[in-house]
Design a protein around this ligand. Structure first.
Ligand code: ATP
Ligand code: MG
Length: 229
């Protein structure tokens, strides 16, 4: 039996993923600033909340309510009623927010359709090259392990976003967060900025799908698939 999928509603992305995000694992999205990671998460959150399932959303960046309103269209009240948003201010608070989200998802009282951590590495990156780097990596590893196990045991799609650094060696954009993050995520997508509102989605890692790419366009009301769908 195949893993069930959570459709994103963006045809090009759903095609890449064989129908949508896997609901028993963590999907990592990395990409440079402005590549659309947050808009993707907000639109997906609105989509899940509209279907009357709970969304547990940990936001480290200060989410744009205007953007959420655009994604929710006429259903803003309905979406807000199913959205549990936490806005941690440092990595410790992020840890507590993730632990709370995982506990809520596990206790079964909320029919949870999605957990989002955007971005997983916003506070972590502040500790890089400092005396607290090892502690921060350990704290992040604990959070990600909790998300992985919650996804797996509860059958809930988890999306975490990750920022990037540019490799001095070859100039490529690489995800932050160390290799454990890339191992923990069963699916990895990279969002690349294209011209204007166009973005390319690259499937970097998947358990059962070939590597590939698709495109979407950022509009004032959401993300639109580009190219045959
Ligand atoms: P960061 O790593 O900085 O958090 P991100 O990948 O989360 O970045 P988003 O905040 O999701 O990026 O995307 C913002 C991008 O969306 C910007 O490039 C902005 O120009 C673009 N954008 C926002 N609204 C519109 C719109 N109505 N039409 C076209 N592009 C838009
Ligand atoms: Mg963002």
């Amino acid at each position: 039996m195949g893993t069930s999928r959570l459709p994103t509603g963006i045809a090009s992305v759903d095609r890449l993923l064989g129908g949508g995000l896997e609901t028993d694992g963590v999907t990592e999205i990395y990409g440079e600033g402005g590549s659309g990671k947050t808009i993707f998460c907000l639109d997906l959150a609105a989509r899940v909340a509209r279907s009357d399932r709970w969304v547990l959303y940990v936001d480290t960046e200060g989410v744009s309510l205007e953007r959420l309103r655009a994604g929710a269209a006429d259903d803003l009240e309905r979406v807000l009623a199913r959205l549990l948003l936490s806005a941690p201010k440092d990595l410790d608070e992020q840890g507590r927010a993730v632990a709370t989200a995982c506990a809520l998802a596990r206790d079964g009282r909320h029919d949870t359709g999605l957990i989002v951590l955007d971005s997983a590495t916003n506070f972590y990156r502040l500790s890089l090259s400092g005396p607290d780097e090892d502690d921060a990596r350990e704290a992040l590893a604990v959070q990600v392990a909790d998300l992985v196990s919650t996804a797996r045991t509860q059958g809930i799609a988890v999306v975490l976003t990750n920022q990037v650094w540019r490799s001095v060696r070859d100039g490529q954009l690489e995800p932050l967060g160390g290799s454990f993050l890339n191992h923990a995520a069963k699916t990895i997508l990279r969002f690349d900025r294209d011209t204007g509102p166009l973005r390319t989605v690259v499937l970097v890692k998947h358990r059962s799908r070939p590597d590939g790419r698709g495109s979407f366009r950022i509009t004032s009301t959401g993300l639109e698939s580009v190219g045959g769908g």
